[in-house]
Design a protein around this ligand. Sequence first.
Ligand SMILES: Nc1ncnc2c1ncn2[C@@H]1O[C@H](COP(=O)(O)OP(=O)(O)OP(=O)(O)O)[C@@H](O)[C@H]1O
Ligand SMILES: Nc1ncnc2c1ncn2[C@@H]1O[C@H](COP(=O)(O)OP(=O)(O)OP(=O)(O)O)[C@@H](O)[C@H]1O
Ligand SMILES: [Mg+2]
Ligand SMILES: [Mg+2]
Lengths: 254, 254
Amino acid sequence: MITIAVVNHKGGVGKTTITFNLARWLSLRGKTVLAIDNDPQANLTSSFINCRSKRESSLLEVYSGQPAVPQEISENLFLIGSSVTLATVAERGFEVVYRLRDRLRDIQNDRHSIAFDYLLIDCLPSIGYLHLAALAAADYALIPITPSPYALMGLNDLFLTIRKTQSRLNPTLKILGIVLNLVDGRRLRLERKIESVLRENYGSLVFGSKLSKRVRFAESPFFNKGIVEYHPNAASAREFGRFAMEVISRIGEE
Amino acid sequence: MITIAVVNHKGGVGKTTITFNLARWLSLRGKTVLAIDNDPQANLTSSFINCRSKRESSLLEVYSGQPAVPQEISENLFLIGSSVTLATVAERGFEVVYRLRDRLRDIQNDRHSIAFDYLLIDCLPSIGYLHLAALAAADYALIPITPSPYALMGLNDLFLTIRKTQSRLNPTLKILGIVLNLVDGRRLRLERKIESVLRENYGSLVFGSKLSKRVRFAESPFFNKGIVEYHPNAASAREFGRFAMEVISRIGEE
Ligand SMILES: Nc1ncnc2c1ncn2[C@@H]1O[C@H](COP(=O)(O)OP(=O)(O)OP(=O)(O)O)[C@@H](O)[C@H]1O
Ligand SMILES: Nc1ncnc2c1ncn2[C@@H]1O[C@H](COP(=O)(O)OP(=O)(O)OP(=O)(O)O)[C@@H](O)[C@H]1O
Ligand SMILES: [Mg+2]
Ligand SMILES: [Mg+2]
């Protein structure tokens, strides 16, 4: 079982879009996946289940010490969803930071539970207890970023938080990599500059593959479909497939 | 003195870009403006002052009960900046929620202090104590949104939080409006659909003027310049001017 937390406290970089599509892509390739919505905005939850009344599981239960049974989305795909009530966790004491890790360990060790290959955690855009809980529970941190000055500036603080987590909460946490998303097809000068600064400073941590800004990425969750199911032959699906293959190979190398 | 909190817990919708440009635009028109960076990412702070060592004031002081003297940026423009340490506020008790409002009242009532016309508060992308503190301190909430399904879905929860703040913390808080930002010039079908749903559900709360996606908006903070100073004759500057005029007229109508 491999746990990946998709993190970046910079907002709107594509954390949910990438988590949703990666979960879909892995399950279509026969992997058993548990998607976890660690964001009170619940965008990941609504991408899997449009209608609020059909949402069964709630991550808030895990932070309250209850088991939160994963909800089946399709054959190999399960979800622990969330809602705006998850925001109350941030105001509790520090001990909540261990709850997610402990519950995921229970799921892994439970012979009666489903044997998951991948756990994907979508994170909220801010530094705090929910964010720390995901980093404490993860084997890898996957960092989406957009080619913009504000997003680049935020990486320092993010790496600081990850380093702190590695030294105090989770020494085995590794950085899977940084993936450029929402790249404008017109190859703008500013974006090219940002990309070259990124590769200079972070080297092989930056994924070779990039994700372009394509409207299909914004549309497909509306129809509860991953980009690959939505338009299998489109450039966006192929591009995402290349990125997903790189995720697998980066983990495989370990 | 009018206090505007620029809020939306959805990340990456343009809160900082709009706060920064509005502060610049108002100060160029002779208004005395205090910009407040209520986000540990400190993107607003870095837009005014690139170099960390030149940043003098810190909003964390206000939340710790100290005065935090505004730093002068230019003739009519002042800043109370922040850094990643502001994130520690979220873990304190509920009483921090009143600290920003109380400090801004002190500034307003202090005869020796500068007489500000506008206070603009840039908010972080999440619901919690920092977010509540800004809503508790504000006369108006200005809500940037992008024409995307995820951003539209989040409006319900945001309005719930605003309604709760109006009934418990700040009965005089008004919604200045919702402004569409990062609109793609190609008039995509999805975006047109989102805009029409937005206008149907929120009516006159939605600004008539919109902000298009233009790379100059992403570039100008890098040079510590507002869009109007950066390229005064460009379409982006004219477009922002129309939006800013609508902000003034919505407040004036009161
Ligand atoms: N490659 C892409 N092409 C086009 N649109 C995209 C792409 N990736 C993400 N988006 C859109 O950009 C916006 C931001 O993406 P998303 O919501 O996934 O980011 P996020 O990091 O999860 O945001 P938050 O910080 O609010 O959680 C959304 O409207 C989404 O539909
Ligand atoms: N009208 C625009 N045209 C082009 N780029 C824009 C525009 N508005 C914002 N941006 C860019 O979009 C990104 C998101 O904007 P910004 O950071 O201001 O949003 P935010 O809501 O403050 O994000 P966060 O939720 O992380 O605080 C930034 O890279 C910014 O440079
Ligand atoms: Mg998200
Ligand atoms: Mg911001």
